[in-house]
Design a protein around this ligand. Sequence first.
Ligand code: PGA
Length: 258
Amino acid sequence: MNTKSLLFVANWKMNMPFTKAHSFIRTHLSALELLAQKSHSTIIICPSFIALSDIYMQTQKTSIKIGAQSCSEHVAGAYTGEVDALSLAQAGCAYTLVGHSERRTNFNESSKIIGGKIRRLLENNIIPIICVGETYNDYIGGRTFDILTEQIAPIITHSKHAKTIIIAYEPVWSIGSGTIPDNDYLTSIFSWLSDTTTSQLPTTNLFFLYGGSVNEHNAQQIIHINHVHGLLIGSMSLDFQKFQNIVSSSCDALTTLK
Ligand code: PGA
């Protein structure tokens, strides 16, 4: 029997307005909890900022965890529209996404900014889920490891004393495209990520996720890859049945293997 516990992160992006997010959890909470217990996995829901407290109130007596999709790199101050990490902790966030490619591209988040966010989250005992990944041009140009090296640097700098961090490898060209990298490619990426970070963060618990076009048909294949501890799921997390199938099939795949 396999005892590896997996992580499943639902990144709802800006696709669940408040009332829809509220009723999704109200409708599916018992099934989600059963799913987490039966599969011995950790399920983390990342709704919009505005739905965090509501979802925390609904889930707080269960094992379902919540996470924000971003946070400010500043502690406090004149940063109109930003949300500080302390408020996220007070709203019940145990995790928070950092450096998603949509943030890097659409909001010009640099490695320096991302480093600041990691720091703020760790100061508030929130586990960062830090996204890294190359664009299509970098992929075909053979620059993936250069890009990852650059993206990993602030993670190392700011996580030296972290108890736990999660790194999500999300190739930008895979997100929302329906295409995922082949197994050999993913195997080389995750083994590089694990080697590089483990040697530089020897006292930190490190977990690695794959994200980008995860669905109920490819989840089993991805979860078998060495050093993959879970999945970061975008569009398929908006459909409860599909999300449930991803979690169950991933956990079944590992159990059957042993
Ligand atoms: P996707 O998104 O599963 O819809 O490709 C993943 C992500 O952007 O985190």
